[in-house]
Write a protein that binds this ligand. Structure first.
Ligand SMILES: Nc1ncnc2c1ncn2[C@@H]1O[C@H](COP(=O)(O)OP(=O)(O)OP(=O)(O)O)[C@@H](O)[C@H]1O
Ligand SMILES: [Mg+2]
Length: 300
């Protein structure tokens, strides 16, 4: 029998995430705790690479529930998100029945044998001790109709398959929605969800993240990288680096044998941290030497 996954308090959430290498601040840990306790979907917004998607992955590792991922994109529709009939297999079945000289029973063609379950149906129609984690990733990329459709499902946790009946999850999946805010998610959907904005981590948290995610990076270099990234986020960039880029950068520098930041090392690895030519130019005109000096002073 499935039981809801209910942590005792916010600290339990924060500690469990940390055991799975995810370092959440108080605000995020509280939002996740409430989402689990109140069985409400959680909408996570934030800039690229701040750890939105990772929350769902880590939750699934912690709870032991399957991770069911629905990647949204422009034009996604119910067929790709809920279910489809496997036409080619239905056709083969039809031919086989005809060849054997028997009658084709239509109901047979629309049985669960020929149903292809897509993520939303899989997330509702599950068996297990704990509910799965449903990740609806980058919901801002889907269009309005799909969002409205999603709202319905997140409201009553049931889906009707006309040929088979209604599928209803007694215990709802743990639902994490993410958005990069390329457009605003509608108020109705927001109302259904708890909401948390994930900001870039501060220096100490980013350093701690580097320690768990890139333990091979020497300590002094990790401090300098975290400090330099903090400065880079302070200049007006088109795409400020996310945590993912910080990790990449630190690993790239360590791979090249760098033990302390210097201007040449930064110039040679700039493409791991800034992925727009204009942003690289902006960093250069701000002064890479200045960036390095500040970072080394801060990291000391
Ligand atoms: N708080 C954190 N603790 C540990 N690792 C983190 C944290 N935040 C981010 N990361 C690391 O950063 C990587 C990128 O995170 P993730 O892919 O979840 O970002 P995102 O916000 O979904 O980005 P995008 O908007 O580009 O999809 C993760 O794989 C993880 O290694
Ligand atoms: Mg993501």
């Amino acid at each position: 029998m499935t039981r809801a996954f209910v942590p005792a308090d916010v600290d339990e959430v924060r500690d469990a995430l940390a055991r799975h290498d995810y370092l959440a601040d108080e605000g995020l840990a509280t939002s996740i705790f409430l989402a689990l306790r109140l069985q409400r979907p959680l909408l996570l917004e934030g800039e690229a690479g701040v750890g939105k998607t990772e929350v769902a992955k880590v939750l699934s590792r912690w709870t032991g529930g399957d991770l069911v991922r629905l990647q949204c994109y422009e034009g996604i529709d119910a067929g790709q998100a809920v279910y489809e009939w496997d036409y080619s297999r239905q056709l083969l079945h039809l031919r086989a029945v005809e060849a054997s000289g028997s009658e084709v029973v239509e109901d047979e063609l629309y049985s669960s044998r020929f149903l292809v379950k897509r993520p939303l149906l899989r997330a509702l129609d599950y068996e297990g001790d704990v509910p799965p984690v449903l990740l609806v990733d980058e919901v801002d990329r889907a269009d309005d109709e799909f969002e409205a459709f999603l709202l319905e499902i997140l409201s009553d946790w049931s889906i009707s398959v006309p040929e088979l009946g209604v599928v209803h999850a007694e215990i709802p999946p743990i639902a994490i929605l993410t958005s990069n805010r390329t457009r605003d998610v509608h108020d109705a959907l927001k109302r259904r969800c708890l909401y948390h904005w994930i900001s870039h981590p501060d220096f100490e948290r980013e350093l701690a993240i580097l320690r768990v995610r890139a333990p091979e990076v020497p300590n002094a270099l990790a401090r300098e990288v975290a400090a330099a990234v903090e400065s880079l986020r302070g200049i007006d960039l088109y795409k400020p680096p996310g945590v993912a880029e910080t990790i990449d950068w630190a690993q790239a520098l360590a791979t090249l044998g760098t033990t302390h930041l210097d201007e040449r090392a930064v110039e040679n690895t700039l493409g791991t941290i800034l992925k727009y030519r204009e942003d690289q130019e902006r960093a250069r005109s701000h002064g890479l030497d200045e960036l390095v000096r500040e970072a080394v002073a801060r990291g000391a």
